[in-house]
Write a protein that binds this ligand. Structure first.
Ligand SMILES: Nc1ncnc2c1ncn2[C@@H]1O[C@H](COP(=O)(O)OP(=O)(O)OP(=O)(O)O)[C@@H](O)[C@H]1O
Ligand code: NI
Length: 273
């Protein structure tokens, strides 16, 4: 069953130099419980696609098309209804948690306000939920994390906090835009594995925007490739990596295969005795 069904989405920006078409007729649907990766070159329109779904765009943006979420069309619903959907049924994780977190509020307060605001739970209940979410995200010492301010945590820990915020209300759909950016390769895999496990456990549908093909390969059931505001290919992950169709996809997968085999055949570095 489809959870989200995007039909012919167009997002343009009015600029001093004329209109810029960031998303140019995208149709994409994601089944409930599926993990779907969107990959593609920088500037292809991946983030604008995600922000268009949630209608989180600046005033100079014009959106056309339809976005059905659980059968309801989002682009035509009221802003109040959108606010209810955001933060509860659909959550978004942004690439830079430091930019989205409030630097002068401790993380506990920021975590607790999500269920308090969207589910009307008490502070004590919200606190319990926050501790649970941090534990699920494999953060050591969640009590201490709750008392910390964003600048006190490492990049990897902050990404885990961002995921905890994303799942604290058990959304139907989690949109994660480059949630591993800035982490080293090992941490990217670790945080990716955590995200995978949580989505599996709670049947959360994931729309994952990433440049990391290894993570798209290991986490996702389906892959879409965006080029110049359009989706040029959507396929099941295994068949995509085995037999990409579009010329740009072929180049991506070739580079990925070369990179993977270079890593696998690289001699292990050992410290001199
Ligand atoms: N506010 C804006 N006004 C005008 N053009 C914009 C605006 N925001 C984004 N764009 C343009 O929309 C296009 C798509 O941008 P987007 O951020 O979605 O790319 P992306 O695929 O997410 O790239 P990256 O992988 O680098 O994050 C780009 O050409 C960008 O310059
Ligand atoms: Ni982006």
């Amino acid at each position: 069953m489809r959870l989200i069904d995007i039909q012919n989405l167009e997002t343009r920006f009015d600029t001093e130099n004329g209109p810029v078409a960031a998303v140019n007729g995208v149709s994409l649907s994601v089944d409930r419980g599926c993990r779907h990766a969107v990959i593609g070159q920088s500037g292809a329109g991946k983030s604008i696609l995600a922000l268009s779904i949630l209608r989180l765009l600046p005033d100079n943006a014009r959106i056309r098309g339809e976005v059905f979420f659980k059968g309801r069309e989002l682009l035509s619903c009221s802003m109040e209804a959108m606010r209810e959907i955001r933060g509860k049924a659909i959550m978004m994780i942004f690439q830079n948690p430091l930019a989205t977190l409030n630097p002068v509020l401790d993380l506990g307060t920021q975590l607790c306000e999500i269920p308090m605001c969207h589910e009307g739970v008490t502070y004590a209940q919200a606190r319990q939920r926050a501790l649970e979410a941090l534990t699920l995200c494999e953060l050591p010492d969640p009590e201490r994390v709750m008392q910390s301010y964003p600048f006190q945590l490492s990049g990897g820990m902050l990404q885990r906090v961002a995921i905890a915020m994303g799942i604290i209300c058990r959304p139907d759909l989690l949109i994660a835009d480059e949630p591993f950016k800035g982490l080293d390769a090992r941490l990217q895999q670790q945080v990716g594995a955590t995200l995978y496990r949580i989505c599996q456990t709670f049947s959360i549908t994931l729309l994952l925007i990433t440049h990391n093909l290894k993570i798209a390969h290991s986490l996702c059931d389906r892959v879409s490739v965006m080029v110049g505001g359009r989706i040029v290919e959507t396929a099941a992950t295994e068949s995509f990596f085995a037999c990409p169709d579009h010329a740009y996809s072929k180049r991506l997968v070739e580079a990925y295969d070369l990179f993977s085999s270079a890593i696998e055949s690289a001699p292990e570095r050992r410290c001199a005795p």
